[in-house]
Design a protein around this ligand. Structure first.
Ligand SMILES: [Zn+2]
Length: 759
C-alpha cells in the first residue's frame, strides 16, 4: 500500500556565522567537487532519496513490509557484519598513541580503535548515559559489526591492514587512496598524516550515491590523528558512507542556517561548531521549537509525532565533540542503505562476501612483516628520505625497526660492507657504520609471538660512497655506459613510484644516458591516475666523490641535457633539478644550482613520452664551481622534483643528462683563457673541424694523436706551445666517419686522453 506523509515543519532562520578552524569533516565539500565533475550524481542522489523516503515511511508507521531473504530492512533483530580494510599511508613517522601525532599507526592501536567504533555501532558506548533526557528514547542501535578482513581480494591471509609509504601522506586527497580493495566487498578507510593544502577537514567520506560510478574514491580518508582521539570521527564518516547527512543537511556549513537531514527524529538545526559542547548548544532550541510531524496514510489515518524541541547536538552527525548517539531514524536510514544495491552496499554483509573476505572467522595469528628505516643521525643534510639512503665510509647512520603484523619476540639484523655491527639483535633502533663502499645488504629476521620467523633481505639497503675522490683532471666523462663506473652513481627512488632516475637506452651519441622519467604513463586524454601524483616526490642521483684539486681554482660542472615538458603552459611547469654538493661527508649540502623550465626542457611541450632522436636535440650546460667546492673529496647530488600542473597530473615529461664532466672549460667552449696546464677539445661533439686547446706554462711541444674506435691512428700532429697556449686543429677530413675518437695529447707535463664525438 502506498502511503504519503505530510511534513509540517516550523523553522526559525537565524543568521550568524561561526566557522571553526578545523572542520571535523569535509564530506559536503567533496560531494560538491564530485558533483561538479560528474553532474549525473545529482540524479542518482534524487532517485536514491526516493528509495530512502519509501523505506523511512515504513518505520514511521511501524508496519513492516515484506522481508525477503536478502532484504533485512524490517528485521529489527538483524545485525550487519561488514568487512573493513585499514590503509596506512605513511612516511615512517612514529605514531604517538598519547598525542596521536605521526602516521605509522601501530597494529594494536588500530585493533583497539575498531573495537571502539563497534561499541558505537552496537549502541554500547558508555557515554550514551549522558544523552539529555528528551533524546534518550530516540537513541538508535545501528546493529553494525565492523570486521577487519582476514582475506584480501586475492584470498591471501591478512589482518585487514595495508601499509604504503608515500609523500602524499603529507598532502593527501583522493589521489592518496592507494591500494583500495573492492568497495562492494570492503569498506576502505585510509589514514594519512595531513590533508592537502586548502582542506582543513579531519576526515571525509562519500555518499553511496556519489561513488557508484567512481568506486576508487569510495570510503573514508582521515587524519591519523583522528583514528580514535576520543571524538567519534570514524563513526561519523561511516554514517556518511551509509548515507547519513549532517543534521543541518548537505549544502551549508554548520551554524549558518536551519536545515534538515531528512531524518525525522533529528530535529532541524543549524548545527554546531566543534566548540559547541556547552549547555547552550546541548539545549539549543533554535530551529526546533514546536517540532512535530503529522503523518497520514491513504486510509486517512493521522498520527502526530511530537519530536524533541531541542537540537540533537549530541548526535554523531553534528560537529560538537560531545557526540554520543545515532537516532533510531538514522539507524533506519543506514539499514535501508545497506539493503540497497547502490554502490554495492547490500553486498557488504552478504553471506558469500563475508566468507570471501574472512570477516567473521577468528582473527588469524600471522607472521611478522620486517621493515626498517635508515636515517642520518646528525646534520641530516636535507635527507628527508628514509630507506635506500646514501652515506660515506665510517659515518654513523641510524637503523630503526618498523616490523608489523605480529608481536615481536626477537629480531636479528645482518649487514655486509664491513659493518661496525655485523649482526644486531635490537628490536628498536641502533647506530651502525660501514667501512667498505658500495651497496649494503641487510637481512632482517623477525621472530613472531608463536608464529615463527620471517626473513627479508634488501640487496640495496644503503649505498656507501668511495673512500677517496676520483681524480677528474684526466678527462673523465660520466657517459652512463655499461663499461664505465655508472654503478658508482647510485640512483634512489625513495617512494618507489613511477617517477625516478633510470638508465636510458638513448644517449647523446652512444646509446646511453641517464633519464629522469617524468612522463606519467597513466595520464591520457580520457584517463587520469586514480591514485598517486608526482606532487611532493623527489628522487636523487649522487656522483662519485671527485678530486678536483688538479684544476687549481677554476672548475666547471659540465653536462649535456635534453628534455620536454608535458604542459604547454610555461606557468604550469613546476619541475626542478636541484644540484647540491657536500665536502663534509653529507653533514651539509650546499646549493649549486636549481634548474627549471627552459633550463630542463629545451624541446618544448610534448604529449607523448619524450625520447631524443638526434645529437642536435642535446644542449650544453656549464655550472661554475665556487672555490669551496674544489676539494679532493667533493660529492654532488642531483635531486629531481617532478612538478604538477593540475589535478595531480605531471607537468614534466622525460629529462635526460649525458657526458657529465668536470673541466676548467665550459661544455662547449670556443675560447681559451687559462693560466693553468690543461687540455680541452672543442667543439665536442663536432660535425666539422675540432680543436685541441692546450695551456702549458712549460712552453714545450704538444703531440696530438687521434685514434678511431678500433684503435687505429687516423691523425697525428706536433706543434709548439707559444705564450703558454696552443690551438691545434684536427681537420674534419681526418675524422669524417661519424662516431667516437680518442684524442691523446702529450705535453712536457702530462698525458691527457679524451673522447671526441663526430656526428
Ligand atoms: Zn561529516
Amino acid at each position: 500500500m502506498i502511503k504519503r506523509y505530510l511534513l509540517l515543519l516550523l523553522t526559525h532562520l537565524v543568521l550568524g556565522t561561526v566557522f571553526a578552524q578545523i572542520q571535523p569533516c569535509g564530506t559536503d565539500e567533496m560531494r560538491k567537487q564530485l558533483i561538479a565533475e560528474h553532474p549525473e550524481i545529482l540524479q542518482v542522489e534524487a532517485d536514491f532519496e526516493k528509495q530512502i523516503e519509501a523505506g523511512m515511511r515504513r518505520i514511521d508507521f511501524g508496519r513492516a513490509a515484506k522481508t525477503t531473504a536478502i532484504d533485512q530492512t524490517n528485521n529489527e533483530s538483524f545485525w550487519y557484519d561488514i568487512p573493513i580494510v585499514i590503509h596506512i599511508v605513511h612516511d615512517y613517522n612514529v605514531y604517538n598513541t598519547s598525542t596521536f601525532t605521526g602516521d605509522f599507526i601501530p597494529d594494536d592501536f588500530i585493533f583497539n580503535a575498531v573495537k571502539e567504533w563497534n561499541m558505537v555501532f552496537a549502541m554500547q558506548n558508555g557515554d550514551t548515559a549522558d544523552v539529555i533526557a528528551p533524546f534518550k528514547k530516540w537513541i538508535g542501535n545501528p546493529r553494525i559489526r565492523l570486521h577487519l578482513a582476514t582475506r584480501d581480494p586475492l584470498g591471501n591471509p591478512t589482518k585487514g591492514i595495508t601499509r604504503r609509504r608515500s609523500y602524499l601522506t603529507y598532502s593527501a586527497g583522493q589521489l592518496a587512496k592507494f591500494d583500495g580493495w573492492p568497495p562492494t566487498s570492503y569498506i576502505n578507510i585510509w589514514f594519512i598524516n595531513r590533508m592537502s593544502p586548502g582542506s582543513n577537514a579531519a576526515a571525509y567520506a562519500h555518499y553511496p550515491s556519489s561513488v557508484g560510478s567512481i568506486p576508487f574514491y569510495d570510503g573514508i580518508i582521515s587524519l591519523a590523528e583522528y583514528m580514535n582521539k576520543g571524538s567519534k570521527t570514524i563513526p561519523h564518516e561511516l554514517g556518511h558512507v551509509l548515507n547519513l547527512s549532517h543534521l543541518w543537511g548537505d549544502n551549508n556549513q554548520p551554524t549558518v542556517a536551519c536545515g534538515d537531514d531528512n531524518v525525522d527524529d533529528t530535529p532541524p538545526t543549524k548545527g554546531h561548531a566543534t566548540t559547541g559542547c556547552t549547555a547552550a548548544s546541548i539545549f539549543d532550541t533554535t530551529c526546533s521549537r514546536n517540532y512535530f510531524k503529522i503523518y497520514t496514510d491513504d486510509l486517512g489515518n493521522i498520527e502526530l509525532v511530537n519530536y524533541p524541541d531541542t537540537n540533537n547536538s549530541q548526535n554523531i552527525m553534528d560537529y560538537t565533540y560531545c557526540d554520543k548517539m545515532f537516532t533510531k531514524g538514522q539507524a533506519r536510514r543506514m539499514h535501508i542503505t545497506l539493503n540497497s544495491n547502490i554502490a554495492g552496499r547490500n553486498n557488504l554483509w552478504d553471506t558469500m562476501n563475508l566468507v570471501a573476505t574472512g570477516a567473521i572467522v577468528p582473527f588469524p595469528d600471522l607472521k611478522p612483516i620486517p621493515d626498517f628505516t635508515v636515517t642520518h643521525i646528525t646534520g641530516a643534510g636535507n635527507y628527508l628520505a628514509k630507506n635506500a639512503n646514501f652515506t660515506f665510509p665510517g659515518r654513523d647512520v641510524k637503523f630503526t625497526n618498523y616490523t608489523t603484523n605480529d608481536t615481536l619476540t626477537a629480531l636479528s639484523w645482518t649487514f655486509s660492507n664491513g659493518a661496525a655491527i655485523p649482526v644486531s639483535t635490537s628490536v628498536t633502533n641502533f647506530n651502525n657504520s660501514f667501512a667498505e663502499p658500495g651497496w649494503v645488504t641487510l637481512t632482517m629476521k623477525a621472530t613472531g609471538n608463536n608464529t615463527g620467523d620471517s626473513s627479508i633481505t634488501w640487496d640495496r639497503a644503503l649505498f656507501v660512497a668511495d673512500k677517496t675522490g676520483r681524480n677528474m683532471a684526466d678527462g673523465y666523462f660520466q657517459e652512463f655506459n655499461s663499461g664505465g663506473d655508472r654503478e658508482k652513481w647510485p640512483l634512489f627512488n625513495y617512494y618507489n613510484n613511477e617517477f625516478f632516475w633510470q638508465p636510458a637506452s638513448v644517449g647523446m651519441y652512444d646509446g646511453n644516458s641517464i633519464m629522469y622519467k617524468g612522463f606519467d604513463e597513466r595520464v591520457t586524454a580520457t584517463a587520469h591516475p586514480h591514485t598517486g601524483s608526482p606532487k611532493g616526490d623527489f628522487d636523487d642521483m649522487f656522483s662519485i666523490p671527485v678530486d678536483l684539486t688538479g684544476f687549481g681554482s677554476t672548475c666547471n660542472l659540465n653536462f649535456h641535457y635534453t628534455g620536454a615538458s608535458r604542459s604547454s603552459l610555461s606557468g604550469s611547469i613546476a619541475d626542478s633539478l636541484y644540484i647540491d654538493y657536500t665536502i663534509n661527508n653529507g653533514t651539509t649540502w650546499v646549493s649549486l644550482a636549481k634548474l627549471g623550465k627552459g633550463a630542463l626542457f629545451n624541446k618544448g611541450a610534448m604529449n607523448t613520452a619524450y625520447t631524443p632522436t638526434s645529437i642536435t636535440d642535446w644542449a650544453a650546460k656549464t655550472i661554475p664551481l665556487p672555490a669551496a667546492a674544489i676539494t679532493n673529496y667533493t660529492t654532488f647530488r642531483f635531486r629531481y622534483k617532478p612538478g604538477v600542473s593540475a589535478a595531480g597530473v605531471s607537468s614534466g615529461n622525460n629529462f635526460y643528462m649525458d657526458r657529465i664532466n668536470f673541466s676548467p672549460w665550459a661544455a662547449e667552449v670556443s675560447t681559451i683563457n687559462m693560466d693553468k696546464i690543461n687540455v680541452a677539445i672543442v667543439p665536442n661533439p663536432t660535425k666539422g673541424d675540432a680543436f685541441v686547446l692546450v695551456n702549458d706554462v712549460a712552453n714545450t711541444n704538444v703531440h696530438v694523436t687521434v685514434s678511431d674506435i678500433t684503435g687505429k691512428v687516423v691523425y697525428t700532429i706536433e706543434e709548439p706551445v707559444k705564450g703558454k697556449q696552443a690551438r691545434i686543429r684536427i681537420p674534419s677530413a681526418t675524422i669524417a666517419v661519424q662516431g667516437m675518437y680518442l684524442i691523446q695529447t702529450l705535453t712536457g707535463n702530462q698525458v691527457n686522453t679524451q673522447k671526441l664525438v663526430v656526428y
